[in-house]
Design a protein around this ligand. Sequence first.
Ligand SMILES: Nc1ncnc2c1ncn2[C@@H]1O[C@H](COP(=O)(O)OP(=O)(O)OP(=O)(O)O)[C@@H](O)[C@H]1O
Length: 717
Amino acid sequence: MSDDDSMLLNFITNEDDANNTRKASTKIVGGRWKDRRKMKMMMEGSARKRRKIETVEKVPDSSEKNDPLEKSAATVEIKGDGKQNMNVNSQVVSSLFTSNREISTAVNTNERDDTVVQGPSNAPLAGDSFEALGIRESLLTHLRGKMRIQKPTSIQKLVLSHLLSQWQGMDKDLFINAQTGSGKTLAYLLPIFSRILSMQTRVDRKSGCFALIVAPTRELASQIYSVATMVANCCHYLVPCLLIGGERKKSEKARLRKGCNFIVGTPGRILDHLQNTKVIRDQFSHSLRYVVLDEGDKLMELGFEETISEILKIVHGFTPDYSTFPQLPTRIVHILCSATLKSGVKKLGNVALKDYKLLSNRELESSSSVAEVPDQLVQKIAIVPPKLRLVTLAGSLDAIARDFVHHDTTRRTMVFLSCSDTVEFHYQVFSSSNGYYRNLVGDTVRSLTKGSRILPSFTNDKEPNTIFYKLHGSLSQQMRTATLEHFSQDDESTKGKHKIMFCTDVASRGLDLPHVGTVIEMDPPFSTEDHLHRIGRTARAGQSGEALLFLLPGEEEGYLECIKHYHPKGWKLVKYEKDILKPAFQAVTVDKNDREEPSNKKDGLWDSNATTWHLNVERRVLEDQTLKILAIKAFTSHIRAYATHVATERSYFNVKCIHLGHLAKSFALRERPKSLAQQGTKQGGQDKKGGSKRTGKDKMLRMADLAVKQSVNEFNY
Ligand SMILES: Nc1ncnc2c1ncn2[C@@H]1O[C@H](COP(=O)(O)OP(=O)(O)OP(=O)(O)O)[C@@H](O)[C@H]1O
């Protein structure tokens, strides 16, 4: 063995402090092996004599609580002449389960009563029928046959009876407000199609555009377009058209020139065409009768008000001859759609709706309808210390995989995170383990294959049936579309698979994905309405579903009061140790990932398994520079995103109250924020020369302020 086989061990800090049972390993680098052996013996000897080995105390970063248990690790380097050279690196190998902040939410003040069976509140109404609501025969057959839709939901019953009954040009503007997953899309599409199909005049794609439908995200616009296309299949002469950012404008223009009867799109692209593509104005000018603004509150929140006003100004400028299509309304009917009512929606309502009728399938409170989650949705809340977020997510995903025994179905889980970078980091951590994966769709879909040692429950599977996805606004449109299609795929090949999607709020609104069983909000949403829409991806159209929200101990616990009104049926408060980590890590053996072969020892100590699992991830981050850069980027972006919570909720999400060192641990980082901020700055380009000297914490906060100004968000149109 060569003399200089450089081994690197961290410093042992065996202090016999009563409450400090933690050890770290010691690494000795360089020099002759005899010197190293002598040093090691000396250290171990002194440890045995319980003499305090001098540890190098790093001045804790101002952001760090002066935590006696958090010691810096140091490396001891032995020079050729046997002299020691101790240099402090900034890594902290802190225990997962010590020095975590007190959790004050012991009592669940909104307990869900499991003894009461909650019937689904957004399911189709067994006692009603589409015929009775005036849907035409051809459309009915198509609904039942091709779309397997038999009965109307409550909101569809309300809207259909309103829009189909008023044929005398009394069509009023509508505000459709109903729970997520209650079928609002078909609630406005079916009456529009029905009215067009009832016309004596035979129409086709050249007859002009009857409806303009605007949505805040490309994904939602694409989804509405696909539902409209499905409905249009009942009469091949009606053609929808999709106008969204990220797609080629040239092909959109070509489609517009051929003619279409419905235009679905995102605000920016629609306005762009209205201003620059003459043919679209010809499409609208004589035939436009409906303007639908889906997810109206999000349109407002994203500052689309000006764009929407501009679109409406142009379409209101047309002077159609209403006698051309007498069975259609003799004015442009505006329809606003949302599961949540916000002042913004009202503002948009004032811009778009005149003297509108509010149709909601909920009892309206005096001032406004209270948005609520579907009754059958089971909400769980876990107060998780920052250091334990990553390993608790692993345990939560494991619990779903363990319970997933119906291998004749496809299981889907969505994990909402604060920004693109954290999605990328978690996607890498969970989907790539020593290369045991195959890229299925570009780099946004990966299937765990044999031997993957990522999650505890997968170590026992010969062929873990897990496919990981990532979806966020920084991906190309093609990747986003292909990823969603793959995630939504539901056929023989997907039976028995557990599909897990790490995503940002780009996937929170309106997306109707085939049965999503669980929604995990690892990062709380940026506004309470987003919470409702995120968890609304599950428990749709009467199906069951559950949601899990992670909150940090301390200020974030107050957020429960903020969202309580969305959950009149209550929620379950789960303990991260007893209910998540112990069941997940007790039953399996998690081996250190620097072993070649898994050991078959079973120690059953869930906390040591959880710690080993987390150290495995930390080790991967240490050894893989790409993953480390991703982890640092994710951590700093997470902090920036954290600062963009709406002002009214910032008392719960105050970046100054976060233990940044502990939070860094949930990104498998051992380095403290100060050096991370420096690294973050280094990566992001040099600081201005001669700028005032800032601590790491100040830098972090400055970046957070920057983000608030840039109001960077996942929605691009
Ligand atoms: N009458 C019906 N019977 C059965 N399923 C229906 C019916 N109407 C809609 N659905 C299904 O319910 C799901 C949810 O529909 P949709 O996406 O329109 O809900 P939504 O109210 O718009 O939800 P969100 O508020 O999240 O946008 C879709 O899969 C749709 O196919």
